[in-house]
Each structure stands twice: as structure tokens, then as C-alpha cells.
Design a protein around this ligand. Sequence first.
Ligand code: NDP
Length: 333
Amino acid sequence: MSKRQSWRLVRRPDGEISDDDLSFAQEDIPPLADGDILVDVDYISVDATNRIWMSDADQYMPPVKIGDIMRAGVAGKVIASRHPNFTAGMTVGGLGGYASHIVASGDLFGSLPDVPGLALPTLFGSLGGTALTAYFGLLKIGEPKPGETLVVSAAAGAVGSMVGQIGRIKGCRVIGIAGGTEKCRYVVEELGFDGCADYKAGDLGAQLDALCPDGIDINFENVGGDIMDTVMQRMTNFSRMPLCGMISMYDHLTEIQGPKAWSKILMNRIRVQGFIVSDYMAEFETASADLVSWALAGKLKTREDVRPGLDNALHILRDLYRGGNNGKLLIKV
Ligand code: NDP
């Protein structure tokens, strides 16, 4: 086999990603250089940060170059290797792209263990990078204590669902914010959150006042904008805010306005800290062991939204920014 299918970035989106921003084509698989592996991609992780990588706004890693394969986390099987750590047949996960086959440095990949009871989409998807994000953001920056009130936005999503459940494991009272009655039902009835505010139902502030009568000790922020401002107005003295993401603003990154709650940050001594999951790479192994053991013990419920078809990738990716996903969004190649 010498051909692959891939999506390449042909121009930087202006606002929402449009069909003409990326191109889908069949092409030759390039030869491997020393240190490279060839991965037959099984799953692509569809992540909010993809929109950031498409832009040339200031960001935490270089933007995808025009003409390059669109970057993404992938999982699959090694079919050829010129890297000492990998042999053909190994299941791996790492930083690849929207393509059926990836040739990349093996340094960007790690082997995925076979864990009985956890299928690859769960291990790589729900318990992968987004779960690690939830774990480190909440435990290192949120510093949860039993009895505290934790609010998490995009609560039914990949990161948010893990934040809330880890918060419960640590003894917090957990309130989610999600769009729609079904997502709110899911986080309360199936994930065990203590409550959920539906921001699409109107007056989010009044809903939060009712759900968090003693205020909010930790705001795990995933969406930014008006939702973030509404939550911040209700944060307690010495509360913490892991700033994980601002998905509502990724189509207009260069136009982001600051929070309206500056005086609240001062008066209530709120600690706001942005973070990127890779900041904690040295501790990934320990964190993954915790996440896997919680999942196997039934303390962490997982849900993947697996969509077939690499050719349908743009439609699937756009759904993430419209709340169309139910759980960790993956493409099955
Ligand atoms: P999710 O599975 O949570 O899907 C995204 C969800 O965001 C949607 O389902 C939708 O939920 C909500 N959403 C989308 N657009 C809006 C909007 N305009 N206003 C309000 N809510 C919106 O995605 P992820 O778990 O992958 O990502 C969640 C956040 O975590 C993102 O901000 C992402 O950038 C961030 N992240 C940060 C990392 C880091 O290292 N700092 C690493 C990984 C992710 P609903 O239907 O409820 O509105």
C-alpha cells in the first residue's frame, strides 16, 4: 500500500471553518526517515484546539503551516518503523494528523497498553488527553477540597464530564453547565453531578444562584465569554479558576475581550491560571494509572461519540463548536 488520504490546510479560516479552508486528497505515502514510524490510523481525536492550530494567533505551539496535513491526535497500528522503540503491529497514540496514514517521528508517539475491559476508543479517547486535562487542571490548579462547590462548563463534553466526576471522587459538590435538557439530564442522572444549569434555557445567573447558594469555590472554565463572566461573579473568597479553554471564542481569537470580572478577581482574591495539559507530561503515567483504575472501578463513566469517515471530517469537526457532540468526539478512519 503506497497511497493515503489526508486533509491539508489550504488557508486560515475567517470565523467558522469553511469547506474551502482544507482540502481532501489522495496522495503517496512519503518514505520514512531515521526515527520515523508509519501509523495506519484507526481513530482521530477531534479537539477544540484544532481551530486554534488553524489560526495564526499567538498560541502554545506553532500553528499548522499552510499546505501541511491538519494536525490531530491519532491512534492506530504501526506498520513500519525506523525508530528503536517501535515495531510493526504495536498499537500507538500520539500527535499525527487528519490522514489515513501518518509518517512522523516516533518521539511524538507512545504505545497504548491493552487494558482488558477498556476498548481503544475509550482508552485513547475518553481516558486520553482530555481526561488528563481534567485531572491536572482540577487537581493541580483547582486544588479541590471536600465540601467545596465546583462548577464546570461544557459539562457533558470530554473534559467537563471528567472534571465533574473527579470532583465528586474528591468530595466536591459538583454543578455542571451544559446546553440543553438532555445534556443536563446526562450529567446529573448518569454521571452523578449534584446539579446542572442549562445555559440555553436562559438566566444562567439565577440558575447558578439556586444551585450554588454558598457561591463557587472552583470554576473549571471551558467556554469563556458570557458564561465565564456569569460564573466568576459568583466565586468565593480565595476561589480558584483553572482556565482550560474558551471554546466559544476560538473562531475570533484575536478579538477576545478580557473578563468583565476584574474587580471580582481583586476583591475576592480569585486565582486564575491558564494551563496546557502538556505542562504535566512528566506525570502522565501516574495520572493515566489513576484514570484507568477509576474507570475500571466504575467511578468514572465514559462516553465516546465515534463518527465514521475521514472524508466527513470537516462536518464532524464543526459539530464540536456547535455542541453537536455527545461525549469524546472521535473519527473512525
Ligand atoms: P467537548 O467534548 O466539551 O465539546 C465541546 C463542547 O463545548 C460542546 O459540546 C458544547 O457543549 C460546548 N460549546 C461549544 N461551543 C460553545 C459556545 N459557543 N458556548 C458554550 N458552549 C459551547 O470538547 P473538549 O472536551 O475537547 O474541550 C472542552 C474545552 O477544553 C475546550 O475549551 C478545549 O479547548 C479545552 N481543552 C483544553 C486543553 C488544555 O490543555 N488546556 C486540552 C483539551 C481541551 P454544550 O452543548 O453544552 O454547549
